[in-house]
Write a protein that binds this ligand. Structure first.
Ligand code: ZN
Length: 254
């Protein structure tokens, strides 16, 4: 019996503390992951049912992910799918009648191998995917990229869907890299974050950078930023900029 259920009715015995707490954390993760899918639509990163977000349940070997093939307008906390870190649907849990996203194995691989990651996003956003189609990293030629990604946005290997191959490529490319976004060759974008919202922010910023640098190149050569300046900008943005504890550092660091 999985602990994913609503709070006990009034008068019922109180369940052991950590079970009810886990239920609450699963519910909160379902709500957050369902809500964040609206941002993929709002920022123009997805069409039809492409794209997906997952979020790790804090303190548990579980994550919540979008159901496969369900339209963005239909997504709700109840139809998010709860999975273990092998990508198996938790039987009997709310939403378990749905198949999880076809990218679930990739998300699961990332959670298994990157313990600090709390959220994963995948999109085929247009400009970033155009760079992926060329197999070309987005060069770090604007300060906003230095802030957010600490350098270029790298390209990961070509991989077909269905097993661990995509996840392996994401982990191999982003491990030890400052970028939280990878352009999977001929496919699209995967981003990671401390939580699902942070990964969504990386997906939004990745597309913005890919678009700006693409447009810049139409007018001529782009000018690189010196690596030591990139490092300074990244360090300042990650450690100093923004409201302390707000988890929010929107827009350019200026
Ligand atoms: Zn895809």
């Amino acid at each position: 019996m999985m602990p994913d259920r609503s709070a006990p009715v009034s008068g019922a015995p109180t369940p052991p503390g950590d079970i009810s707490d886990l239920s609450a954390r699963i519910r909160a993760t379902r709500a957050e992951v369902a809500r964040l899918h609206g941002d993929l639509v709002r920022y123009g990163l997805v069409v039809w049912t492409a794209g997906n977000i997952s979020g790790r349940v804090p303190g548990a070997d579980l994550f919540v992910i979008k159901p496969s093939g369900v339209g963005y307008d239909e997504l709700a906390p109840e139809n998010m799918v709860l999975c273990d870190l092998d990508g198996n649907v938790v039987g009997g849990s709310e939403g378990s009648e749905y198949s999880p996203s076809s990218d679930t194995a990739a998300h699961a691989y990332v959670y298994r191998n990157m313990p600090g990651v709390g959220g994963v996003v995948h999109t085929h956003s247009t400009y970033a995917t155009a760079w992926a189609a060329r197999g070309e990293p987005v060069p770090c030629v604007i300060t906003g990229m230095a802030d957010e990604f600490g350098g270029e946005i790298p390209v990961g290997p070509f991989a077909v869907i269905g097993d661990d191959t995509i996840g392996r490529g994401v982990v191999a490319t982003l491990s030890g890299h400052r970028s939280r976004a990878v352009l999977m060759k001929n496919h699209g974008v995967f981003t990671i974050g401390t939580d699902a919202r942070d990964a969504v922010k990386a997906a939004v910023m990745c597309e913005d950078a890919a678009r700006t640098v693409h447009i810049a190149r139409q007018g001529g050569e782009v000018a690189p930023i010196a690596p030591d300046v990139v490092s300074q900008l990244h360090d300042r943005y990650q450690n100093v900029y923004g409201q302390r504890n707000s988890g929010d550092s929107e827009g350019a660091a200026s």
